[in-house]
Design a binder for this molecule. Structure first.
Ligand SMILES: [Zn+2]
Length: 182
C-alpha cells in the first residue's frame, strides 16, 4: 500500500469510530497523530532500506520485535501524561499499517517472516518499496520528506517530554510545600 492509502485506511475507521462514539468530528490533533502513526513505518524503513541498512523497506519498524516496544513505549508515555487517546491513535495507525502491507497474505492465514525480522531471515525483494520508481514516488524526495517529518516530530516530542518533566517537578514542589504547611 502507498503512504496515502495507509493514511486513509487509518483515518477513515478512526473518524467513523469517533463520530459514532462521541457524536462529533475528531480533533486535528488526533487526526495528525493517527496519520503520523499510519505512515511512521514507511517514514523510517524506506530511507533506511535505501541506505542498504536493512534487507528491504518492509522490515525494522515494520517488524513486530521493533513495533511492539515502540507501541508500548508510546502507550505508557500517553498514559503517564493523561493522553491515552493520542497514544491509542498512534498505535492504531501504526498497527493498521503493518496489517495493510500484508493484508492479502494475513487474510489467507500466511504469516510473512518479515514481520519477525531480525529473528527470521527474509527473502530478497526488489527495491525499498513497490511504489518507488521512475514513474512513481522518488525515493530520494521521500527520504528528504521522511527526515523532515521525523525531525519535526522528534523536536516536538523533546519539547513535550521536557514540559511534562517540568510540570511533574513543579507538582512535586507544590506537594512538598503543602506538606510543610500542614
Ligand atoms: Zn509499509
Amino acid at each position: 500500500m502507498s503512504p496515502l492509502e495507509h493514511a486513509l485506511a487509518a483515518l477513515i475507521p478512526v473518524t467513523i469510530y469517533i463520530l459514532l462514539r462521541r457524536r462529533r468530528l475528531p480533533s486535528k490533533t488526533i487526526l495528525s497523530v493517527v496519520c503520523f502513526g499510519s505512515v511512521f513505518p514507511d517514514l523510517v524503513d524506506k530511507p533506511v532500506s535505501y541506505a542498504n541498512l536493512t534487507p528491504w523497506g518492509r522490515v525494522f519498524m515494520h517488524s513486530l520485535p521493533f513495533a511492539i516496544p515502540v507501541v508500548l513505549l508510546v502507550l505508557v508515555y500517553a498514559l503517564m501524561t493523561n493522553r491515552l487517546h493520542l497514544g491509542a491513535g498512534f498505535s492504531v495507525g501504526y498497527l493498521l499499517h503493518l496489517f495493510g502491507d500484508w493484508h492479502t497474505r494475513l487474510l489467507n492465514g500466511d504469516i510473512p517472516p518479515d514481520l519477525f525480522w531480525p529473528l527470521t531471515s527474509v527473502p530478497t525483494h526488489p527495491g525499498p518499496a513497490h511504489w518507488w520508481g521512475p514513474d512513481n514516488v522518488n525515493i530520494i524526495w521521500w527520504s528528504i520528506f521522511s527526515l523532515t517529518i521525523l525531525g519535526i516530530v522528534a523536536i516536538r516530542m523533546g519539547v513535550d517530554v521536557s514540559s511534562q518533566m517540568n510540570r511533574s517537578s513543579s507538582w512535586d514542589c507544590l506537594q512538598i510545600t503543602n506538606t510543610d504547611i500542614i
